[in-house]
Design a protein around this ligand. Structure first.
Ligand code: UDP
Length: 453
């Protein structure tokens, strides 16, 4: 098993085919990979722009994983809820990857919180698509986030195929680390997640820590949890022509200190801590004001939707509007330039399943200052490719940023280490590891089927 798909409970031996075994025996024992899978993403479409609303890392994860699975001959059909009337029933995202739009509830005006009431309609749409095919059309269901897990539970049972589920985030984990005043996840989600953990043949966790959380909070069976680190698109996110060129393209000063925030603007991601830290730095050294730019790239999301102007108001209250630049969410090719231009990416999140932006920024040659939560200790090599911080005191973030002011060479040194670190997170590795999880789930199903006659 590859280093990126390890069993939490230790590696279990793979079935080896003895050299020289009769060919019919060899054929029988070759583990079968799925030919085609149904991937479920109920609440957000892989075709949406990430960085605002319900679209973020999971959308990127699904797109990248599906493309790479298709490249290794596993066709992927992604089911997602139709959110406008003009969408075609199916769109080819890439060769071997189809996005199917399912009608479930009104196109617009439904929040994620309203979607549990539409799961029956969504499941109906998935079943209709399946009914048009020959039996055995899908070999496996891979669901993402708990809402999809509920649809997957029923579909997998009806089709007699394994259910592989990825939580992406978990209510109990989020609730244990809420920002002050943030809204907790409802009990119904906790119950829903518990049911999926019991129903799934395999659970995929981003990190060992997430796998432990599944065991600790949801009583997942250890041997059914596989750890697969997400990847980064290394063709898109790379140092390219460097920091100075990216700054020139974005109209940013060549010699400025640029701490960047990128992602969905919500209390959980804590961009406010970056603004407070910047205010600290400027108070200590007012001359820095002349050579500091703080881009905030992304749009409101989650409980941040209730006060979309909150961060602008905070910047005004702290007297730092002149250095902060708010930018709407942008396509990943442009985001790559923001990463390259930055001196450092700052991620003070309260909770983070993995934190794709951390690995993307590093792949572009930019170090990261991040809270030591969730997947970030895996994504960032503390002291090498960035700095990890315990807790959420803005003074600690200011302290971590100060060395980048005092020693400008640090950006390039740590940035080079960051790019090297990120290279080990390719999506091809993640897709190969995911395919192994599929194969194991299918093998286990066959074993159980033959054991029960
Ligand atoms: N992103 C983007 N444009 C933006 C901001 C973010 O495409 O303007 C993407 C970013 O490249 C990353 C994803 O959104 O892949 C955010 O993922 P992350 O895991 O950091 O956070 P999540 O949204 O899942 O909480």
């Amino acid at each position: 098993m590859s280093q990126h798909a390890s069993r939490l409970g230790g590696l279990r031996g793979r079935s080896h085919i003895p050299f020289g075994a009769p060919s019919h025996q060899r054929l029988r024992r070759i583990p079968r990979r799925p030919r085609r899978i149904a991937m479920l993403s109920v609440h957000t479409s892989p075709l949406h722009q990430p960085g605002t609303g319900d679209a973020g890392g999971m959308n990127v994860y699904i797109v990248e994983l599906a493309r790479r699975l298709a490249a290794i001959d596993i066709e992927v059909e992604i089911f997602t809820r139709a959110t406008t009337a003009v969408l075609p029933p199916a769109v080819e995202l890439a060769p071997g990857v189809l996005v199917r739009h399912v009608d479930a509830g009104p196109y617009e005006g439904l929040a994620k919180e309203d979607l549990p009431a539409q799961l029956c309609a969504f499941t109906h749409g998935v079943m209709q698509a399946w009914a048009g095919h020959r039996p055995g059309h899908y070999d496996l269901v891979h669901s993402h986030y708990w809402l999809s897990g509920h649809v997957g539970w029923l579909a997998a049972e009806r089709w007699g195929v394994p259910l592989v589920h990825a939580m992406h985030t978990m209510a109990k984990v989020k609730n244990a680390a809420l920002a002050a005043g943030d809204t907790p996840e409802p009990a119904a989600r906790v119950i829903g997640e518990q049911q999926i953990v019991r129903a799934a043949d395999r659970l995929i966790a981003n990190t060992t820590e997430e796998a432990e959380e599944l065991v600790r909070h949801y009583e997942a069976a250890r041997e059914l949890v596989a750890v697969v680190h997400p990847g980064v698109n290394l063709d898109r996110f790379r140092p390219a022509d460097g920091r100075a060129a990216a700054r020139a393209r974005l109209g940013l000063p060549a010699d400025a200190l640029i701490p960047l925030f990128a992602g969905r603007i919500q209390p959980l991601k804590a961009p406010d801590i970056l603004l407070h830290a910047v205010a600290h730095l400027l108070e200590e050294d007012p001359s820095l004001r002349e050579r500091m730019v703080v881009p905030v790239v992304g749009g409101p999301s989650g409980s941040g939707m209730a006060k979309p102007e909150g961060l602008h108001k905070l910047a005004a209250r702290l007297g730092i509007c002149d250095v902060v630049r708010f930018r709407p969410p942008c396509a990943q090719d442009e985001l790559a330039d923001w990463y390259r231009a930055a001196s450092v990416l700052v991620m003070p999140s309260y909770s983070e399943s993995f934190g794709l932006v951390a690995i993307e920024a590093q792949a572009c040659g930019t170090p990261v200052v991040a809270a030591s939560v969730g997947g970030l200790p895996v994504a960032v090599r503390d002291g090498v490719s960035g700095t990890l911080i315990d807790g959420h005191d803005p003074a600690d973030y200011a302290r971590a940023l100060r060395p980048f002011v005092q020693d400008p060479g640090r950006v390039d040194r740590m940035g080079a280490a960051a790019a090297r670190h990120a290279e080990s997170f390719g999506w091809d590795t993640a897709a190969a590891a995911t395919a192994e999880v599929y194969t194991e789930a299918m093998r286990e199903r066959r074993r159980l089927r033959s054991a029960h006659g």
